[in-house]
Design a binder for this molecule. Structure first.
Ligand SMILES: NC(=O)c1ccc[n+]([C@@H]2O[C@H](COP(=O)([O-])OP(=O)(O)OC[C@H]3O[C@@H](n4cnc5c(N)ncnc54)[C@H](O)[C@@H]3O)[C@@H](O)[C@H]2O)c1
Length: 471
């Protein structure tokens, strides 16, 4: 049997991964019709909005959607029609950490993957290649295959591939246009290899062949968890060193520079910060911890768990440093938090360090003002409500205000905390901000973003992650 020529793709899940990934596939493969389906009507409506008010912010995304939407790229809530018509289906639904039941707090909640898989089995009237795009525990493809085969109609064959997504939010379009690698995992059977070739030929429209890696299914699934665990581990390692820097007077930037010059280590991802966030790192490591425990590998589980614990420690440590520096109390003081997204160039707030910081400041009875250039105010309220379920929104709003500019947030504030590395915070007129703040004016740089020396000459009392003035 020759590999299928892919003509119609359906992507289940129009989120941060499904949306950009399949929009880029549509742009790069004009001969393929791509339909992205989602149960969330508001999200689909936003993808279809006439003025391109898309549901996620990602540099370059609007341009891609403008070029392909209505030609060979479609967004729809009609999941069944999308499945029926496609020869290849990406499953790109969310796989959050389980909140209850067995493995709560660690294991991935595979309910959305299972529901999407069952829908494919129920609706498909012809053979399909089903591609696991969501990040899932090792051997999930096997469960998907079992569900599909047990429910398939005669003459319907399902081949399962794993094709984890390595894009980083904030640079998603750039990453999709020129990926370091595309990974495709398949069963090493003739049918599995044919399915792999069908997907490979889609990516081959713009990705050089040496960057398309084909491996076994389980290696592909595990590689995604491994990649995220190792990236997060680098951040926790540099953050652990930042604590030593603060205690000794060493400078984390200098240490990172010196360490990164070793070609075996490399310079990337060695930037100390208030802690990593995002929907993936913590979730995927906890998933790996759970997997290790399930496989009776407690030492391996403990090793990876420590990466997450170090991240929690970093956020606590930073919050405490704010309180300590402000003469051991922030009760009744106004703290401006600049940035709410988990990193720059995204509007995504999932697991953002800012949420933890603000919660800690609330607990200390400070008044907090928040400014972020991209995150919708409603999202901020939703996140703060979820972080403090014992408080009503009205109670939260007595302590927290969201502003429409950094200047407004900092007005009469005792301290400014930089929580996200938005470029505009580097370019702010800090002289003006200083003139509007209570004195002494404190600034806490949780992202190594601003020129501390320059700000000190303006009059700020600056505290930077990984820099101690102790010795
Ligand atoms: N966000 C990232 O940076 C990133 C990067 C790589 C991999 N991933 C992985 O990709 C997957 C998706 O992540 P995301 O950030 O896009 O999530 P998301 O929550 O933004 O999007 C998932 C979408 O799937 C939809 N959905 C869920 N079940 C459905 C169903 N049965 N039918 C139709 N639609 C359904 C939801 O409504 C939602 O819009 C996750 O497994 C994640 O771990 C994410």
């Amino acid at each position: 049997m020759a590999p299928v020529k892919v003509r119609k793709i359906c992507c289940i899940g129009a989120g941060y991964v499904g949306g950009p990934t399949c929009a880029v596939i549509a742009l790069k493969c004009p001969h393929i019709t791509v339909t992205i389906v989602d149960l969330n009507k508001a999200r689909v409506d936003a993808w279809n909005s006439p003025d391109f008010d898309l549901p996620i912010y990602e540099p370059g995304l609007e341009d891609v959607v403008r070029q392909a939407r209505g030609k060979n790229l479609f967004f729809s809530t009609d999941v069944d029609k999308g499945i029926e018509e496609a020869d290849l289906i990406f499953v790109s639904v969310n796989t959050p950490t389980k909140k209850s039941g067995v493995g709560a707090g660690f294991a991935a909640d595979l309910n959305y993957v299972e529901l999407a898989t069952r829908r494919i089995a129920a609706v498909a009237n012809s053979s399909k290649i089903v591609v696991e795009k969501s990040t899932v525990p090792c051997r999930t493809a096997e469960s998907m295959r079992t569900i599909l085969e047990a429910n398939s109609k005669p003459n319907c064959r399902f081949d399962i591939l794993s094709n984890p997504e390595f894009l980083a939010e904030g640079t998603a379009i750039q990453d999709l246009f020129a990926p370091d690698r595309v990974l495709i995992g398949s069963l090493q059977t003739p049918e599995g290899k044919d399915a792999c070739e069908a997907l490979r030929s889609v990516y081959a429209n713009w990705v050089p062949s040496e960057r398309i890696l084909t491996v076994g299914l389980w290696s592909s699934e595990l590689s995604k968890l491994a990649a995220n665990a190792m990236l997060a581990q680098r951040i926790s390692s540099i953050n652990a060193l930042s604590a030593i820097c603060e205690a000794t007077g060493a400078n984390i930037d200098e240490v990172a520079y010196a360490v990164g010059k070793d070609s075996r280590v490399g310079p990337k991802f060695l930037r100390a910060s208030v802690g990593f966030g995002g929907s993936c790192f913590q979730k995927d490591i906890l998933n790996l911890v759970y997997l290790s425990e399930s496989l009776h590998l407690p030492e391996v589980a403990a090793y990876w768990r420590q990466v997450v614990e170090m991240n929690e420690y970093q956020k606590r440590r930073f919050s405490k440093r704010v309180v300590d520096t402000l003469f051991n109390t922030i009760t009744g003081k106004k703290i401006a938090v600049l940035g709410f997204a988990f990193k720059a160039d995204t509007g995504d707030t999932r697991e953002s360090a800012a949420i933890t910081l603000i919660k800690n400041f609330q607990a200390e009875k400070a008044f907090v003002t928040i400014y972020d250039p991209q995150v919708p105010h409603a999202q901020i309220w939703e996140d703060l409500k979820e972080a403090s379920p014992h408080l009503t929104l009205e109670q939260i709003q007595k302590q927290v205000t969201i502003t429409s500019s950094a200047v407004e947030a900092c007005n009469k504030a005792e301290a400014v905390v930089i929580a996200t590395e938005w470029k505009e915070f580097r370019e702010i007129d800090w002289q003006d901000i200083h003139s509007r703040m209570s004195k002494p004016a404190f600034l806490f740089d949780g992202r190594l973003l601003v020129d501390a020396e320059k700000l000190r000459t303006i009059g700020f009392k600056v505290t930077t992650i990984g820099r101690g003035e102790v010795l």
